[in-house]
Design a protein around this ligand. Structure first.
Ligand code: ZN
Length: 155
């Protein structure tokens, strides 16, 4: 996209111990980091930013998103940590979010992809969820506007 850029800043968090929801490893070490992505207009003007907290299992390498600040999560016992982890969106979710965010202007089809993206990414976190919802809301506006216009002209 011309005129836009994304600035990414990563900060390593504390190492914690958890039970991994994916591979089932118990009391395993997990590396954490916080990643802030700022969307810049004309490469300097910050529009908005999102902040993701990643937790990576040292046994299987799978990454999760944390719903809690990492310092707080590190103080929790391993079995409780699991309750605050959400899976990172998969390839299909990311693909649908991308389609939804770029096809929202297409009547009806935009709503369909927006709904699919939101459904597939339900419970996931990060920019994928953000894009899915943005795509769905924009497509609802466009399609709703066209339906209203057709209805109005048909009167
Ligand atoms: Zn694991």
């Amino acid at each position: 996209m011309p005129g836009f850029s994304i600035r990414i800043r990563r900060v390593d968090g504390p190492t914690l111990r958890m039970h991994c929801p994916r591979c089932g490893a118990e009391d395993v070490e997990a590396e954490t980091r916080e990643q802030r992505e700022t969307f810049l207009l004309l490469h300097v003007l910050p529009l908005f930013w999102i902040c993701n907290r990643f937790v990576a299992c040292s046994a299987c390498g799978r990454q999760f998103l944390s719903a809690l600040p990492l310092e707080q999560l590190a103080e929790y016992p391993p079995d409780l940590v699991r309750d605050y982890l959400r899976p990172k969106a998969g390839f299909l979710g990311a693909l649908l979010a991308g389609i939804s965010a770029s096809c929202w202007w297409f009547p009806a089809l935009g709503v369909l992809f927006g709904l699919l993206a939101v459904l597939v990414n339900y419970g996931k976190g990060g920019w994928v969820r953000l894009l899915s919802w943005a795509g769905l809301l924009l497509s609802l506006l466009v399609t709703g506007g066209i339906v209203a216009l057709v209805f109005f002209l048909g009167e």
